[in-house]
Design a protein around this ligand. Sequence first.
Ligand code: HEM
Length: 217
Amino acid sequence: MENVTALSSVIRERTREAHSSSEGASFMSTLLRGERTRDDYISLVAQHYFIYEALEGATERMRHEPIAARFISDRLARLPALEADLSFLIGDNWRDRIAPLPATARYAARIDQVGATWVGGFVAHHYTRYLGDLSGGIHIGRVLKRQFDFDTNGIGFYLFGDIADPSEFKNVYREELDAVPWDEVEKERVIAEVLTAYRFNTEVFEDLARECEARIA
Ligand code: HEM
């Protein structure tokens, strides 16, 4: 008889606080309250670019690993949308005009590392970003669209055109998590890596706040 709680529920429970810290980071709350500039928003998009360059590079490397492949879907890909957003927001030379902040560089390096060596770690990072994008991300996209008067240009990152029902997509994803044949030790390692991923996201927001304050000063 199965008497252990489903992994997807355990992850959600054990990362609730870490999620609140990320969600509550002042960069995001002020951005969503309309207290930040378009340049501040562009800085966030640029950091997303470096994070997803790492994540989707890792996805290519992990595509042929049977467990990783259960979670991988081309419908999630964010890099093409980020490239289009940056081109719209900055111009054709956008790639020469953006750089990763220190926390972003550390985050991307960690994704590169686990993405080359550890399926569970890759899934932890994949889950943290994409399930977040399909949850709060949808709401964030709507708020930013209103705030900066975007149509679809500039916020393509938040639009999952190929996923008609994000809730259903997340349910299937959680079922896959619950079905993964990891032992308890591996599950613990994966949960720890999800917590690490949240920490990186919070640190990226902290770096962004510092960068934006420096721009004003
Ligand atoms: C202002 C920022 C944020 C808001 C407003 C927000 C909001 C939400 C909401 C409302 C949900 C629940 C959706 C549901 O029950 O289906 C959610 C889930 C989630 N969020 Fe966030 N979030 C934010 C930031 C983040 C960040 C920075 C991350 C990490 C990169 C993240 C990762 C996640 C994940 C992984 C889930 C899915 C949890 C699960 O059901 O397993 N969120 N978010």
